[in-house]
Ligand binder design. Structure first.
Ligand code: ZN
Ligand code: ZN
Length: 1010
């Protein structure tokens, strides 16, 4: 099986790196070993002491490795320590037998040291003489080492820190280099008790036992008892399984759920119920040792899991009793089958579980008061799950009379959308549209629109662009090709998609040239220009979060929170909005002079049914605070325009602080799916299976720079993969795999990702690598926030469909956090991480990019001089396996005066554009018009203050200062409004500042306090 071959191969790759990092297997070197090796080496104690850098020097280049253990019982203690090490000696090139490679690796020493600890005696070092003699025997006279044992006490329980220390002199007349190399230590014959992991709170789900801690090293357990030091800390996670019940797995294929969904869904809910009674029921009785807080926690968790069953039962009942919901659900399965295109043919149980649990919002307005968050720490399938819900909602909307307008506004928190994510949305919606046509369901085609920053897609296209503006015209450079967002046709999957500008309909279109394409019209139902979005109101709007700011700048954004004004009588011109001088009839097509006709659908159905938020955990700090105000603004506008509240569905990689975050952002309560099971990592929905998912290797570089280690690691990986290309027989024999797998291994492990949290790190790594690599013709690319849209597309295309010849392929992808979101390439399986990312969520997300299908290999190079990296290195195993528990709570508040000053202009403007102007039945584009309207309607600062405070939820006794801030801001605004000699021209200039043009107009990750 290929997965097994891949497992062996990643182990082999890792061995190549370890060998290069430590020096085993070599005999001579041309360069100094101290400037080459980064594992296993020890500096002299003298050198570290004299550096003046204290603990930091000790971490950057330690003079000791050790093990911290807790002995059973009291002193005295007796145990055996075994020390292994080597030296590198230098031959004078004049007399050397190999003057180009004068450094010589010594034979290894392997010295048993008996340790006797009696606290009555002064602690003295052990084994010094034997170690010194052993070094002399291998030709390194002058090197010295000793075993030291410190006795520490914690809460009265003794702890022993057993260390191997390089006690050689820093300088020695006969020795060029007094470092020790390939050092290792083991302890046997000592009975110990485990530590309890300090970093995490106690919880009934987790085993917090840690048998021993390493000092500058990892720890391995010896088979017969005892401990051994390891140079890296290696942790392998397991690929999740999605059916955990003893019952037969129900048939959740798209085909069956389309044809006859109830029997398998009933079986699924039944199995969930059984799991609850079998596993949760007796849990407390099975653990009499748990203390009361733990029992309370477990009892509460059991209740939460029980509520999840209730929700699924309700969803099932709804499918039984409501034929429209059932039909939408069935047809959704046909649509998803189209988008899966045979790559997979069924749902995972938890995906169906989420859908069942969330369905009720289609018929129950109160469900909109709850945010349903799908938590995907364990496996993929998030986007498909979203799409299942979204397509069900779109079809349900069509079947219940919402023949047009936006069903869902789906927001991603980054500046750029992932093209792969985009394509999957397009594919699923094309499936839904084909189903709609087949079933003759009334309404506009089910369509997709992009609402992203103007660097990716245009805001509008004008007749003739003036050079000083950012506007585009049909002949602007790059038009129309540069705005292609689909990699292939979502209807026929062909890659004959091209861009056209249709002057007659004034549309920038994607067109498919395949004559056999099932889509019958020239233009695909995909909109990439903002103004086209407003004209056609596509069924699903896919966008970046920052674009919500447009609601404070653009009258036509009203179509995303409520009804447009009317429909243009000209065919294909679409919806109209408040007239402007450039659009006198309200039609957004340039120079249109046609009339308007009434809306074709009840006005209260236009607002989105759903708002989706991807990567909820990224909405934190300033961005989260600003967004919280805009979310409230969207709710407010939707409500004022007479529509139902939108249901919010989110995804998050983390659960820490979820309910608080949702409350701050959306003023709704939160609900997470799936609920956690009774054991860590295991629930009804998922559990770790036998196959490896990712092999994590934590590296604490010693004595050399991080750049050197990343260069060398990537170099070794590339040399190894090139050996596989040139000599598959030998390499496969070494790795223990069948040579028939060589080509696939070359493809799946031939591209390495180098990941840096900052652009600076990524660029430095790319430069350093390209100048230090020994591989010829290395092809390196960058994927960062600054990479052009079409370049990203080209890179992804090359990664997904690699060139036939290995030499032509991409070998290195240097990436920043841009990679962490929605890039899903099965060929990315090896990653080198430059230091730990600042947040655990980023660590989880980023490393999830490798090993999507086959085992991944992740090197985490710790910036070991940093306290946090050093702390995590010490407990790396737990950090990886308990990852989600290390996730920091999201810092977020909406109660900030500073944020209010940023969001007030947009809130005031959005209310003017979307509510007041249409209500005035005229234009409120000048200050005098606004003044007149406010006078006539009796609008003043006090009532505006009250309205805005209410919409933001600043209505409690603690919110006085915030209400005062709003009042002050508006007083100034009204003063400017009523100033007859005012120098301002436009209403959006009346405030202290202008509306935000992007929710990112604020430094990201600056903590907000007020
Ligand atoms: Zn096509
Ligand atoms: Zn028109």
């Amino acid at each position: 099986m290929f997965s097994e071959a891949a497992t062996h191969f990643t182990a082999w790759l890792d061995r190549q790196v370890t060998v290069a990092g430590r020096g085993d297997g070599m005999d001579r070197l041309g360069v100094a070993p101290a400037s080459t090796f980064w594992m296993g080496r020890l500096a002299t104690e003298q050198e570290v002491m004299s550096s003046g850098l204290g603990q930091r020097a000790e971490r950057l280049e330690p003079c000791a490795i050790g093990l911290r253990v807790r002995p059973t019982g009291a002193a005295p203690w007796h145990f055996e320590v075994r020390i292994q090490a080597r030296a590198w000696t230098y031959e004078d090139p004049k007399t050397s037998s190999n003057p180009n490679r004068p450094w010589v690796r010594s034979p290894g020493i392997d010295v048993p040291v008996s340790v006797n600890i009696d606290p009555a005696l002064p602690p003295s070092p052990f084994g010094g003489n034997a170690l010194g003699a052993a070094f002399a025997r291998v030709g390194a006279t002058g090197l010295n080492a000793e075993v030291r044992v410190d006795i520490e006490s914690w809460n009265g329980a003794p702890e022993l820190v057993v260390q191997l220390v390089n006690s050689s002199p820093a300088q020695h007349a006969q020795l060029e280099d007094t470092h020790l190399y390939e050092t290792a230590m083991q302890i046997t014959g000592l009975s110990t008790v485990p530590f309890e992991l300090e970093a995490l709170p106690d919880s009934f789900r987790y085993d917090r036992d840690v048998p021993a801690y390493g000092v500058n090293v990892g720890v391995a357990l010896l088979p017969g008892g005892g401990f051994r030091t390891t140079d890296t800390v290696e942790v392998t996670t397991r690929r999740p399984e999605y059916w955990t019940s003893d019952r037969p797995e129900p048939d959740l294929t798209f085909a069956t759920l389309s044809r006859d969904p109830l029997p398998p869904l009933e079986a699924l809910v039944q199995a969930l119920g059984d799991y609850h009674s079998d596993r949760w029921g007796p849990l407390l009785d099975e653990h009499p040792e748990w203390d009361q807080p733990m029992r309370d926690e477990a009892a509460e968790a059991r209740l939460t899991a029980g509520r999840e069953i209730g929700r699924l039962q309700r969803g099932l009942q709804l499918l039984i009793s409501d034929t429209t919901v059932r039909r939408a659900f069935q047809l959704m399965n046909d649509a998803i089958a189209h988008s899966a295109a045979g790559k997979y043919d069924s749902w995972r149980p938890f995906q169906v579980g989420f859908l069942l649990g969330a369905l009720a919002f289609l018929v129950d307005e109160e469900e909109a008061d709850i945010v349903d968050t799908v938590w995907f720490a364990t496996g993929g399938g998030k986007t498909e799950t979203y799409l299942g819900l979204l397509v069900t909602a779109a079809l349900h909307d069509r079947m219940t009379g919402k023949t047009s307008g936006v069903t869902a506004w789906s927001r991603f928190p980054l500046r750029l959308l992932s093209l792969q994510q985009t394509q999957r949305f397009a594919d699923a919606l094309a499936g839904a549209e084909l189903v709609r046509r087949r079933e003759r369901i009334k309404g506009a085609p089910i369509s997709l629109g992009f609402l992203v920053g103007s660097s990716s897609t245009p805001n509008r296209i004008v007749k003739t662009a003036r050079p000083e503006t950012a506007d585009l015209d049909p002949d602007s450079p790059g038009m129309p090709d540069r705005f292609q967002v689909l990699m292939r046709c979502p209807f026929c999957r062909g890659n004959e998609v091209g861009m056209h500008f249709d002057r007659l309909m004034w549309r920038l279109t994607h067109q498919c040239a395949n004559p056999d394409c099932p889509w019958p019209e020239p233009a695909l139902p995909v909109y990439v220009v903002d103004s086209e979005l407003y004209r056609y109101l596509p069924t699903v709007v896919l966008g970046t979060l920052d674009k919500a700011a447009s609601v404070g700048m653009q009258a036509a954004m009203r179509g995303l929170v409520g009804p447009p004004i009317a429909l243009c009588t000209e065919a294909m011109h679409g919806y109209t909005y408040t007239p402007r001088s450039a659009t006198p009839t309200g039609c957004l097509v340039p120079d249109c002079s046609a009339g308007t006709r009434p809306l074709p659908m009840p006005a209260d159905r236009y607002a989105p049914t759903l708002r989706l938020q991807d990567e909820l955990h990224l909405l934190r700090d300033s961005l989260g605070a600003v967004d919280s105000h805009y979310e409230s603004l969207l709710d407010h506008l939707q409500d004022e325009l007479g529509s139902r509240r939108a249901k919010i569905v989110a995804s998050s990689a983390t659960l820490t602080g979820h309910d608080h975050q949702v409350d701050v952002l959306y003023r709704r309560s939160g609900r997470v799916f799936p609920t956690q099971g009774p054991v860590a990592g295991g629930s009804f929905w998922t559990r770790p299976g036998p196959m490896p998912l990712r092999r994590f290797v934590a590296v604490a570089p010693r004595g050399v720079t991080l750049d050197h280690v990343s260069d060398r690691t990537l170099d070794v990986l590339q040399i190894a993969i090139r050996r596989l290309a040139q000599d598959p027989g030998t390499v496969c024999a070494e790795a223990g795999v069948d040579p028939k797998h060589a080509d696939r291994l070359l493809s799946y492990y031939g591209t390495d990702v180098i990941y840096g949290s900052t652009l600076y790190d990524v660029e430095a790594a790319t430069r350093s690598l390209t100048s230090n690599t020994s591989s010829q013709g290395l092809q390196a690319v960058q994927l960062t926030g600054g990479t052009d849209f079409d370049e990203v597309r080209a890179i992804l295309e090359r990664l997904e469909n690699p060139e036939a010849d290995f030499d032509d392929r991409i070998h290195i992808v240097a990436a920043s956090s841009m990679l962490s979101h929605g890039v899903d390439v099965a060929r990315l399986n090896v990653m080198v991480m430059l230091g730990l990312p600042l947040s655990t969520a980023e660590f989880i997300q980023t490393t999830a990019r490798v090993g999507r299908t086959f085992p991944g290999l992740v090197y985490v190079l710790h910036k070991i001089g940093r306290e946090r990296d050093a702390a995590i290195f010490r407990q790396f195993g737990q950090y990886v396996t308990h990852g989600d528990r290390f996730v920091e709570a999201v810092p977020i508040t909406r109660r900030s005066r500073r944020v209010l000053r940023l969001t007030m202009p947009g809130i005031v403007e959005a209310r003017r554009l979307a509510l007041m102007e249409p209500a005035s039945r005229g234009r409120l584009t000048t200050i005098s018009a606004v003044r007149r309207y406010f006078d006539d309607a009796g609008i003043g600062a006090a009532d505006q203050t009250a309205a805005i405070a209410a919409l933001l939820g600043f209505d409690g006794p603690v919110d006085d200062t915030l209400r005062e801030e709003i009042g002050r801001w508006l007083d100034n605004w009204f003063t400017n409004l009523n100033d007859p000699a005012g120098s301002r021209t436009w209403p959006n200039e009346l405030g202290a500042s202008s509306p935000m043009t992007s929710l990112r107009d604020v430094e990201v990750s600056v903590p907000i306090h007020d």
